[in-house]
Design a protein around this ligand. Sequence first.
Ligand SMILES: [Zn+2]
Ligand SMILES: [Zn+2]
Ligand SMILES: [Zn+2]
Length: 259
Amino acid sequence: MTDRACINGCIIPAQHFAACPDYGTQDATCQGCVPASAADGILICHRCRGRLTRALEAIPALLSHLRELTDTHSVRTLKDTRRSVEQGTLAPVDVDILDAMRDLEMIIGLTLHGQNPTAPEILTRARELVWGIIAQLPEIANDHAALTEWWNLTVAATVPDHPGFWTVNRVRNRWPLVDRRRHAGRECVVCDLKYVVIVPPSRGGAPTWYQCTNCHWERNDLDEDGLYAAVYGPYNEREPLVSTGIELDSQRWRRTTTN
Ligand SMILES: [Zn+2]
Ligand SMILES: [Zn+2]
Ligand SMILES: [Zn+2]
């Protein structure tokens, strides 16, 4: 174990130092003041590690999804061309989709050079690049400058000084992918409440994630020699998470390192 705090300033919800006025009270106004520890060998907590990994893992599916949206757009444009031309206007191109694709491609170093690959082709090429980045994640997550840069491009809502940039999570919010999370149906190993959700692997060989939306505990099925896979089991045998209002990235998570 390490005693270093997560450099993102994460706290453990509802845990208080003895000096906190809310220590031992039920109706606390302090949301928690005990910092979350960084995971072994990296600068961020387990929850941040999961958020960074899953944001990266989402890129191939997002790119392929956006590519499909541009296809739909083209079809509609063709159909509407006659009427549009007669009216003296062309159907507007959704510039945001093209900008978002360009920014996601930039993040992973995917160059299409004026080619027009299909959505499945983009998926394949983007996956190779993302797997390479994820393989380097232990080093990235232990390097303050590299980590900050990757975090800003992926998990952050906006990039400082570049508010127009489409970070991965900004793209996910605007064009959400299908929510494949499941209820775990068993208590959290830390807070003992049934708030654990299972996040399925993004591809064969990728980890399944387990996250508690109450206390922010988070691990994957490779951690602790597969202990949590034994506790929570495979995701596909579970109840889907249907609009329960449980937020993947709860408001209680906060950063103190912005700017
Ligand atoms: Zn407190
Ligand atoms: Zn953290
Ligand atoms: Zn918990």
